[in-house]
Write a protein that binds this ligand. Structure first.
Ligand code: ZN
Length: 361
């Protein structure tokens, strides 16, 4: 059996059905409560898995159907955080204001955070399963500190809790654990000074694949306005990729489609798996397979096909569902085009459903 190439995956979130949460919104309120909400989250998770499989995605996820927001979905089950004590805080270096909870005591997990949906997802697919968690730097950029008095110390405390959670997810049978760190594109000096160390702490002892997702954010107005200020070339990755290349994290997920990131920066990630964003999440225009193939071909100049994973730029949570489905199909079809060009179409990972990801034995 030859090496698998151009295995497709998604950054994380998918839009939720309208019977679960209000559509087309970040932080969308739930439509249900209590047992009915739990059942609806379960059903939506099964559906998210099925729709990825139908579209031809090779490494699937839970679509983040059971959490309201990618950071607070984790934080809301952490003791020491007071959700009643909400303050308005400028986040991502004051790019936008958010109502955030406050840390008021020593942080500890109240119990498993994501076991429910991870077990459901694992039970309903034989494909490799990826699970996303917020990264320590992004968490502390989305929460107020009324206890630690030192943001790095608070980040390390969250990293330890993420590690407890990640080990449990691995035991459930998750194949890839990804930490989402959009803050890595904002505080590049801190990535060097402590951000990688915090990631290592969160990933300590894991034997499954580990990933970090670094993007320019969802396609919301504050992010689009911010992107306008970044100039003709976005070079944030240039500062952080050399540190990531030396890190113990296996995979780096980055934004590429329709972005002003110079493609050659991928070359700084030598030795790593690269999850190349070939789907724009800031536009409802569905890419053609040829659009996706063009992005993949550009990336292939800098990363080998067995280390290149066509992916979405970011999560698709705020998008219409039919658009998201179309984009998933385009992603898989675009990857298939390039696989065929490389004369290896028969080696596509879809044909090998259930195969473990390569790497560590
Ligand atoms: Zn993202």
């Amino acid at each position: 059996m030859g090496a698998q190439i151009l295995r497709t995956t998604i950054a994380g979130s998918l839009p939720k059905p309208s019977w679960l949460a209000e559509p087309a919104k970040l932080w969308a309120p739930w439509r249900l409560s209590g047992d009915a909400l739990a059942e609806a989250k379960r059903d939506a998770t099964v559906l998210a898995i099925k729709e990825q499989e139908d579209a031809g995605i090779d490494i699937v996820g839970d679509g983040e159907q059971a959490r309201q927001h990618f950071v607070h979905g984790f934080v809301e089950r952490i003791g020491g955080v007071d959700f009643e004590k909400r303050v308005t805080m400028g986040i991502r270096n004051n790019r936008y204001d958010a109502q955030v909870p406050t840390v008021t005591g020593p942080l500890h997990r109240l119990g498993p955070v994501h076991r429910f949906e991870a077990e459901i997802a694992r039970a309903h697919t034989r494909r490799p399963l990826k699970f996303t968690l917020p990264g320590p730097m992004t968490i502390i950029d989305t929460i107020a500190d009324g206890y630690y008095g030192d943001r790095v110390r608070m980040a390390m405390a969250f990293a330890d809790l993420l590690n407890e959670e990640a080990r449990e997810l691995e035991a459930i049978g998750v194949d890839v654990i990804q930490f989402d760190e959009p803050a890595f594109n904002v505080y590049m000096d801190q990535v060097r000074d402590w951000g990688i160390e915090a990631l290592h702490r969160a990933a300590a002892g894991l034997r499954c694949r580990t990933a970090v997702h670094i993007c320019y954010g969802y396609g919301i107005k504050a992010n689009l306005d911010w992107k306008e200020t970044l100039g003709s070339e976005w070079r944030q990755y240039e500062e952080t990729f050399p540190h990531l290349a030396r890190s113990r994290i296996d995979q780096i997920s980055l934004e590429c489609a329709n972005s002003r990131v110079p493609i050659n920066l991928i070359g700084l990630l030598e030795g790593k798996d690269v999850l190349v964003g070939a789907i724009d999440v800031a536009s409802n225009v569905v890419e053609t397979p040829e659009d996706v193939a063009a992005t993949i071909r550009r990336a292939l100049d800098f990363v080998a096909p067995e280390k290149l994973f066509p992916c979405t730029n970011c999560g698709m949570a705020p998008m219409p569902r039919d658009v998201a489905r179309g984009k998933l199909r385009a992603l898989a079809a675009g990857a298939a085009l390039v696989r065929a060009e490389l004369g290896a179409s028969e080696l596509g990972a879809s044909a090998l459903g259930g195969a473990k990801l390569g790497g560590r034995a």
